[in-house]
Design a protein around this ligand. Sequence first.
Ligand SMILES: Cc1cc2nc3c(=O)[nH]c(=O)nc-3n(C[C@H](O)[C@H](O)[C@H](O)COP(=O)(O)OP(=O)(O)OC[C@H]3O[C@@H](n4cnc5c(N)ncnc54)[C@H](O)[C@@H]3O)c2cc1C
Length: 511
Amino acid sequence: MPDYDVITIGAGHNALISSAYLAQAGHKVAVFERRDMVGGAVSTKELVPGYRFDLGGSAHILIRLTPIVEELGLARFGLEYIDIDPLFFAPYPDGDAVFIYRSEEQTAQALETKFPGEGEAYRRFLNYWRPFANAVKELFLTSPSPLNLGRKLVFGQAFRKDWQRALPMILKPYGEVVDHYFKEEKVKAPLVWMAAQSGPPPSEPLSAPFLLWHPLYHQGGMARPRGGSGQLTQALAKHITAHSGKVFTSAPVERILVEANRATGVVVAGQTYTAKAVLAGSHAVETFTKLLAPEERPPGAVNMRVGNGFGAIIRLALSDKIRYAAHPGDEARRALQLICRDRAQINAAYGDYLRGEPSRDPAIVAMSFSAVDDTLAPPGGEVLWLWAQYFPYELAGAKSWDDIAPTVEASILEAFEAYAPGTKEKIVGSLFQHPLWLERELGLYRGNVMHLEMSLDQMFALRPFLGAAEYKTHLKGLYLTGASTHPGGGIMGASGRNAARVVLKALGKRA
Ligand SMILES: Cc1cc2nc3c(=O)[nH]c(=O)nc-3n(C[C@H](O)[C@H](O)[C@H](O)COP(=O)(O)OP(=O)(O)OC[C@H]3O[C@@H](n4cnc5c(N)ncnc54)[C@H](O)[C@@H]3O)c2cc1C
């Protein structure tokens, strides 16, 4: 008899979600995590006394579009979501500011008042693309087979029989699609900057869906687990142990055991553990090139594109709240703050990146979630996170991140200071997570927070590569989940839920 029904490699949120579904269905599950805590890129730690820093993702958007939290009953394990409204705040150097609220109508009215015609354009944009956005959401929640792709997109309601108009738009770069709807750059820039968060630059052909799913932000909203992003993964770990599962930390998997073309278990610190199924939530590069011997690897595994990093983030503990010159009110602090003058700024940053240089004038996403959650900072204090793009992992010349990190950190801070003067004086502690840091500490190869590049050649049935896309692999008993699989990176958990369905079927129980 194997030791477990399922062994899961890694305790990222996707792997934990799969494991929780499997444990809830009655399977004997063991999760082995290399780090000393669960969560991977969804974890939170008190790094400065009294200040709780997220170490990875912070804005919970996509997971709000899934039934995962309810299906697993995570509220019973301590997860409490705080809804964020306004969703987005975009300040401008001339003192102007744009808000995008949870309510579509409130947003449209605010835009119409500020820029006549743009509110109406916003309504038109949302109404036209809502069916497409919903079809994409449904695709996220299913295995990415060509059949499902056809069913949801081609034969579903996605295009409302308006293929001729919709298709050319979908094939465009997202940085151009906004021109079709809006005239005002101050409306276009935040939409494009938000789309850029998936990785591909605004000029990339076929990238329009990153913008066209915008209606989903209003639908699912944005939320924060009280106590920090990591409360999601803490609740998942508690759920698994409450369902008789085991979660081991500081337990790096060294090797996947393979016998007669079947994965039969793992080796952890020299000790062998066997299972009916092995589910790898680790990065696909780790799974295929580190945990399997060369002769056990499938041919496609060498073609995965990890890219050259794309962002860096400063975590700050502040003695006082931030104040934007363009809008000193607290609504600005609650929202995701999209600091981007115009699309030219993003394009120039991408140009620097292509030359192997850190962006000299980066656009920033600022987050100060202590505005909605007083457990993150001491009374009166603030946590502030500044995510900036684009920053290559591999730098031109002989430069190393260990040498340039202080200069780059200072330049991001300086850029933010122009919008919220006085912030630098409030700093009492900080952490700078550059691409090399993300690789060393979180195992995110080459600093890619999405594991693999999110370009069309690595999405849907092509993620991580053709032949390993439906959470199954060339080996019997070896399954995949995580950002390396469909639908990719971000805090969503859809991969975890989809993979659980596949493993449950293989083990002979229905979800
Ligand atoms: C700085 C940063 C900011 C981000 N911001 C956002 C955001 O605001 N919103 C959003 O939606 N997304 C954001 N993301 C992206 C998102 O957090 C990630 O894409 C997602 O969390 C990846 O989850 P995962 O479950 O696929 O894998 P991971 O979180 O990468 O987890 C993989 C786990 O496997 C473990 N592991 C690997 N190899 C082994 C082994 N051999 N043995 C045992 N364990 C192993 C790792 O230690 C890790 O814990 C951000 C990411 C980062 C890093």
